[in-house]
Design a protein around this ligand. Structure first.
Ligand code: NAG
Ligand code: NAG
Length: 142
């Protein structure tokens, strides 16, 4: 009787530890995200060192500029733009901003120099993975 009671105490304690650990892990992840966001605004080079940088279009870029960027990037011989063509993994959502962002990131990942994420000032680097559904944004291309 006594031992089964202490067993229950143990189980309660384990459950408590588990919940406490999960809360702690959740909190840590949250802090990491906040830290990463701070890094990206305060120290681009530190964020680059973590090699978790993606290059996408600034949201306020005009359709004309987005089209020009796609033309430019996809005109480069080493660029495979098939993912944004009909049937490609990044065709949906069929939104110009998304298509441009995909090819800009692919272009940037070729050598990951800060000046490669510029596109006449229409690019922004971000520290969260913009991949969505079947569309995988390169972390490193070739
Ligand atoms: C996006 O472009 C707008 C308009 O040119 C500019 O004001 C804004 O600062 C840009 N955003 C970033 C994150 O560069
Ligand atoms: C990211 O953007 C910031 C601000 O424009 C810039 O200073 C930094 O060099 C960029 N980092 C990379 C790796 O492109």
């Amino acid at each position: 009787m006594r031992s089964s009671k202490s067993l229950m105490m143990m189980n309660k304690l384990s459950l408590f530890m588990l919940v406490a650990t999960l809360i702690w892990i959740g909190g840590t992840n949250y802090d990491d995200h906040v830290m990463a966001a701070a890094d990206s605004t305060m120290d681009g080079e530190a964020a680059a060192a973590e090699s978790n940088i993606w290059c996408v279009a600034n949201y306020s870029t005009s359709d004309q500029a987005l089209n020009d960027i796609i033309q430019y990037v996809c005109g480069q011989s080493q660029m495979d733009c098939s993912p944004i063509k009909p049937g490609g993994s990044c065709y949906e959502p069929n939104i110009l901003y998304r298509h441009a962002s995909f090819v800009m990131n692919r272009y940037y990942q070729v050598n990951r120099q800060p000046h490669e994420c510029d596109f006449s000032g229409h690019a922004v680097n971000i520290t969260w993975d913009p991949s969505c559904g079947s569309c995988y944004y390169d972390r490193k291309y070739k």
